[in-house]
Design a protein around this ligand. Structure first.
Ligand SMILES: CC(C)(COP(=O)(O)OP(=O)(O)OC[C@H]1O[C@@H](n2cnc3c(N)ncnc32)[C@H](O)[C@@H]1OP(=O)(O)O)[C@@H](O)C(=O)NCCC(=O)NCCS
Length: 126
């Protein structure tokens, strides 16, 4: 009989955040320029008008949850733009992936009636 494999999961941190989509209604385009990475901006530009605040809210909660999980602030918006929410994951750019070597990012999002909630778990993989 095959032996059951046991995996040890090393959790480095966990973060959670929630926001109302309505927060992004005013000055939506300004928000998109401030918080979205180039990849996210491409996704955002391809969305229907009614989907845009939802996307901004998802990006926001995941990046805030990431900050909490890492226990270290994002260094300005430049660093925030080095991650891209490409459903269902928060994908680091090459530059930031170097800093996160050996760390996996696990994301979960949910939204209901204009409220978006997201969670990030950082796992040590090496
Ligand atoms: C740290 C940060 C994420 C906290 O966000 P916030 O909106 O003030 O916090 P919330 O209201 O969602 O949650 C508060 C709780 O978060 C937790 N928390 C706060 N700072 C935290 C940190 N650095 N790490 C982990 N948890 C933290 C605490 O439990 C806190 O509860 P308390 O007030 O009872 O102590 C935020 O202040 C910050 O620095 N964000 C970085 C800005 C940024 O670049 N964002 C990227 C957006 S694209």
């Amino acid at each position: 009989m095959e032996k059951a494999r046991v995996y040890a999961l090393a959790i480095l941190g966990h973060g959670i955040d929630m926001v109302l989509e309505s927060r992004f209604e005013r000055r939506r385009e300004k928000w998109s320029e401030t918080i979205l990475s180039p990849t996210e901006k491409e996704i955002y530009d391809g969305l229907l008008d009614r989907q845009k605040c939802n996307y901004l809210a998802k990006v926001w909660v995941l990046k805030e949850a990431f900050v909490k999980a890492r226990q270290h602030p994002i260094v300005g918006m430049k660093e925030a733009k080095m991650f891209s929410y490409i459903s269902p994951n928060l994908v680091p750019s090459k530059e930031i992936a170097e800093k996160l070597k050996g760390v996996s990012i696990h994301c979960s999002l949910s939204d209901f009636k204009g409220c978006v909630i997201g969670s990030v778990i950082l796992e040590k993989t090496t």
